[in-house]
Design a protein around this ligand. Structure first.
Ligand code: ABF
Length: 236
């Protein structure tokens, strides 16, 4: 374990380390984004260096691509890979059915494409990510910048008939300018507080012109590895 870590970082590291043990030589692996996924990339980099693990990594963001290369992992695109054996990624929330909210880091579009193009998706998380109902974490929706205010209006209208507790929709900012994703799009954050029917919400939001993808991952995650501050790990 690296030097002095806070309990939350110890938990993230424990989950990342355990999940990286699922990776075998010869695999094509989707590499997630975020602080927990960054630990996983470092753990895989160590295995490449110390054990001669041979993998090809498909990163889900420019940040992860930079870190993977720095750690000595061979980086290829999803198109070069074609299909992946496994994706390991973080999440903002997960429920008992292993449905997720992702996209707090603004990378959920590539993350969803990569995870869906994988035989298996493993989520790595600290215990604070587990929820009874999704929705306390704002749901990110990537939208193209053309006409984004009209898209926001349609999203707000779509929320009116749905089983959610909040309906505020905000444009994600990066300082004083709108946040821009790796694909050059914007992010709307939906402050829903509690999502009664995540599957219905996901389908409805994705039908709106201008919406590229929302951060709900329904029936995509196979396993969640939960790390604890004392180094324990649970697998769901
Ligand atoms: C990515 O990073 C995202 O989809 C999610 O928003 C975030 C989780 O970050 P962290 O591991 O830093 O909590 O997985």
């Amino acid at each position: 374990m690296p030097g002095e870590l806070s309990p939350i970082d110890k938990a993230k590291f424990a989950a990342a380390k355990r999940a990286s043990a699922f990776v075998e030589s010869g695999m094509k692996v989707g590499l997630g984004t975020g602080s927990t996924a960054a630990w996983m990339v470092r753990c895989l980099g160590e295995r490449v260096r110390d054990e001669g693990l041979r993998i090809k990594g498909v990163p889900t963001s420019t940040r992860t691509a930079d870190l993977a290369r720095e750690m000595g992992i061979e980086v290829i695109s999803l198109d070069e890979a074609g299909w992946l054996d496994l994706t390991i990624d973080g999440a903002d929330e997960f429920d008992a059915e292993l449905n997720l909210i992702k996209g707090g880091g603004g990378a959920h579009l590539q993350e969803k494409i990569v995870a869906t193009a994988s035989d298996r998706m493993i989520v790595i998380a600290d215990p604070a990510k587990e929820v009874a109902h999704l929705g306390a974490f704002p749901l990110p929706v990537e939208v193209i910048s053309f006409g984004w205010t009209a898209t926001r209006k349609l999203v707000e209208e779509a929320l009116e008939g749905l089983d959610v507790l909040g309906r505020e929709v905000t444009l994600r900012m990066d300082g004083t300018a709108p946040f821009v994703t790796d694909e050059g799009n914007r992010i709307l954050d939906l402050h829903l507080k509690r999502i009664g029917n995540p599957r219905q919400l996901s389908l409805l939001i994705n039908q709106i012109p201008g919406v590229v993808e929302n951060g709900l991952f329904i029936d995509i995650c196979d396993v969640v590895v939960i790390g604890h501050g004392d180094g324990r790990v649970e697998i769901r």
